[in-house]
Design a protein around this ligand. Structure first.
Ligand SMILES: Cc1cc2nc3c(=O)[nH]c(=O)nc-3n(C[C@H](O)[C@H](O)[C@H](O)COP(=O)(O)OP(=O)(O)OC[C@H]3O[C@@H](n4cnc5c(N)ncnc54)[C@H](O)[C@@H]3O)c2cc1C
Length: 468
């Protein structure tokens, strides 16, 4: 190989980033008939869907589905492959969807293949060739040398908004004081005794986060909620950082400071759960050296967390470490400036819009340093609409945003970043991109007829109305 080797690829739609948003965008574009190329810098499509975490924001806190279409098709594929657990109430703030992340790897690969999406893995997009706000091509670097990919329409699902920024879009980065939500490494433990864990919850509910919104609490006491969790029969509980068990462990140095230890099931046959608790805050993940330097500390926290669980939490005495995420989890980097901006009020008031192309329902969820976390529920356990303009980067005519880089204020981002809305936005972006590539709306993202797009999305199973 020499560095001068270069290849040309022509597509109808190019999707940059194969996380939850990009996978759904690529599937939607391919289903709509577009020759679709899905590019990722990493080795495996699926992003955080593969780390063990549940999908939040697929249902609202009343238990109504707000995600349909491609996202649901991925869950159906998991079910077909024997790895679907399904929707669970966390009895704290939300409902989420649990599944086996190993099976999700298969499901993502099977559906991309089924719909004929061309994958370019191990390929970093590093350049956008654009003129007057229109991207003609992107350049990728991979083992084959450089690849120039041309298309009439692009989806930026890179999480970081790399394509939009390379093409000239403006953005906000993290918080106003240079703060960033923590980087975390998800990990799993198998051999968990669910009955013993739920018995402990019922004996000592003061150690657990329960009923943090009226929609979930519904007038119940903590003891009553603990009984509901036991009735649900799944190992899904949240050990709280300010409860005696965890607070005392943090105090004596037996645990690192953290807001919660979130425990969710991944496999009944392996008696396995995923744990979300590790954290290193205020690192700019766009600085690759700083991001990489966090791996060691996060691995150290996992070791400590496993010891803590085995030594202190009934049900975990014989559990073992069984896996960690394939990459450091990044919650927050850039928010691209769009034609419209999702606001904290839109989220908290469950705002509806006739320009909505997908829904979210997750609370404003901003993890902070140490044991800090902001958690503000959506009104009445409802959902809000994500308006199309939040996916349209200001000043660009053929790039559509999807996923955690869309246009939102920081608080709204703390909600819309979760995977349910990312998947819904992915479907909307991929569908619109395919139609634009086919010549609809003069090929300009700013001229999309949102009513037409909504009607097409509804026809394809997306949920845009009819829920709280
Ligand atoms: C620790 C943690 C816990 C979380 N917990 C939950 C939870 O329980 N439930 C939930 O629903 N959500 C949760 N979230 C949020 C959610 O997982 C993410 O916000 C969401 O998955 C983002 O999806 P995305 O597709 O927008 O971006 P990403 O998943 O970040 O995907 C972007 C992809 O683009 C690729 N890429 C980036 N730049 C380039 C480039 N220049 N060239 C080529 N490829 C590129 C990356 O390799 C990556 O695969 C959590 C997040 C973290 C980090």
């Amino acid at each position: 190989m020499t560095s001068s080797q270069s290849r040309e690829v022509a597509a109808d739609v190019v999707v940059i980033g194969a996380g939850a948003a990009g996978v759904c965008a690529a599937i939607a574009a391919a289903k709509a008939g577009a020759r679709t190329v899905l590019v990722d810098a990493g080795p495996m499509p699926g992003g955080e869907l593969l780390t063990g975490m549940a999908v939040d924001g697929a249902l609202n806190a009343r238990g109504e589905w707000i995600l349909g279409g491609v996202g649901r098709e991925l869950f159906d594929e998991c079910e077909r492959l024997g790895g679907y657990i399904g929707p669970l109430n966390d009895w704290r703030l939300i409902w989420y969807v649990c599944f086996d992340p190993e099976v999700m790897k298969l499901a993502v690969a099977r559906l991309l293949d089924k719909y004929g999406v061309s994958l370019l893995l191990h390929s970093m997009m590093y350049e956008a060739q654009s003129h007057d706000g229109r991207v003609q091509a992107v350049r990728l670097l991979n083992k084959s040398g450089t690849v120039r990919v041309t298309a009439p329409c692009f989806v930026d699902a890179s999480g970081d908004g790399d394509l939009a920024v390379l093409a000239g879009a403006g953005f906000d980065l993290g918080g106003p004081g240079g703060e960033f939500q923590p980087l975390s490494m998800m990990f799993r433990m198998s051999g968990v005794d669910t009955d013993a864990l739920l018995d402990y919850l019922c004996c000592a509910p003061e150690n657990f986060a329960l009923g943090e919104s009226d929609a979930i609490r519904g007038g119940r006491s903590d003891a009553q909620i603990a009984q509901e969790v036991r009735r649900q029969g799944q190992p899904t509980v949240f050990i709280k950082g300010d409860g005696p068990l965890l607070a005392q462990a943090i105090e004596r140095g037996a645990m690192y400071p953290t807001a919660l230890i979130m425990i969710q099931p991944t496999s009944a046959s392996r008696r396995e759960v995923c744990l979300n608790s590790t954290r290193v805050a205020n690192v700019n993940a766009l600085e690759t050296g700083a991001l990489s330097a966090v791996l060691g500390p996060l691995a150290g926290q996992i070791e400590m967390g496993v010891d803590f669980m085995r030594g202190n939490v009934p049900g975990f005495e014989s559990a073992v470490f069984s896996g960690m995420a394939p990459r450091i989890g990044i919650r927050e980097t850039r928010r691209i400036h769009g034609e419209e901006t999702l606001s904290e009020q839109d989220v908290l008031q469950a705002g509806k819009s006739d320009r909505g192309i997908g829904k979210g329902s997750h609370h404003v969820d901003i993890h902070q340093a140490g044991a800090g976390q902001v958690r503000i529920p959506v009104r009445d356990g409802g959902s809000y609409d994500v308006p199309w303009g939040c996916l349209v980067p200001r000043g660009l005519s053929n790039v559509i945003l999807a996923g955690r880089c869309i246009s939102a204020d920081r608080a709204a981002h703390g909600s819309v970043r979760v995977m349910g809305p990312c998947m819904a936005m992915g479907q909307a972006a991929g569908t619109a991109a395919a139609l634009l590539a086919g010549g609809d709306w003069a090929g300009d993202v700013r001229r999309v007829d949102v009513a037409q797009l909504r009607s097409r999305l509804s026809g394809d199973g997306a949920i845009l109305a009819g829920t709280h």
